[in-house]
Design a protein around this ligand. Structure first.
Ligand SMILES: C[S@@+](CC[C@H](N)C(=O)[O-])C[C@H]1O[C@@H](n2cnc3c(N)ncnc32)[C@H](O)[C@@H]1O
Length: 208
């Protein structure tokens, strides 16, 4: 099993397939996430192709991503290659960090939490949006079946089996966000579930 997805292989159809998989709801989830941002200086962590451009239009955005090809399609003016585990910024640089559909790709989440807290100003927010499994046993089973079929089918159809297999297996990488986020270094956090069966979560971690 691949330990992470190679986005350079799927960058050309990433946005289209993402909209398909989320039935277009990703835009409203991003919108909701952007409302939790505070201040003006925002780090779009794992910005990818810059899908949050519309939602972050009112902010001074720095877009960071380790994948050069994903960034090549990204329209933010301030783009930097880098990863969550080693952020190339001074302490207390940003008012908020926005991170959508990235967390399952981060290999050292403890280090990433540490780095995010370091670059956030006091009173800043870390806004984390990602997919997970539903809480209910029955809907979790249905979700597992649905994502197994869809993601493996897309992987075969696009000749990128390993990448989409990773996206499937990574849905089980963490415990439920309500549980795994207890082990963070922030002052407090909230978690809200969205989407069918609550398979998407929006967490706000406060750096007070
Ligand atoms: C599923 S895409 C999400 C892109 C974008 N945030 C969005 O909402 O569409 C995941 C992105 O995370 C990036 N990524 C992977 N590992 C990362 C890491 N350790 N730190 C920051 N970004 C990472 C990938 O290169 C990819 O662009």
């Amino acid at each position: 099993m691949s330990k992470s997805a190679n986005f350079s292989k799927i960058y050309k159809f990433y946005d289209g397939i993402n909209s398909l998989l989320t039935l277009g709801f990703d835009k409203s989830w991003r919108e909701k996430a952007s409302k939790k941002l505070v201040g003006t200086k925002v780090l779009d962590l794992g910005s990818g192709t810059g899908s949050a451009e519309k939602q972050l239009v009112d902010y001074e955005v720095t877009a960071l991503d380790p994948d050069e090809k994903m960034l090549s399609l990204n329209n933010f003016s301030n783009k930097i290659i880098g990863s969550a585990e080693a952020l190339p910024f001074d302490d207390k640089t940003f008012d908020s960090v926005y991170c959508a559909f990235v967390w399952r790709n981060v290999s050292d989440v403890d280090k990433a939490f540490e780095e995010i807290r370091r670059v956030l100003k006091d009173g800043g927010n870390f806004v984390l949006l990602d997919m997970t499994r539903p809480l209910n046993r029955f809907t979790k089973l249905l979700h597992r079946l649905g994502t197994f079929i869809t993601l493996h089918f897309i992987g075969i159809a696009t000749l990128n089996f390993k990448e989409y297999r990773f996206l499937y297996t990574s849905l089980d990488k963490f415990e439920a966000p309500e549980v795994f986020l207890e082990k963070n270094n922030f002052t407090s956090f909230t978690v809200e579930r969205m989407g069918i069966f609550g398979f998407v979560y929006l967490a706000v971690l406060k750096n007070n």
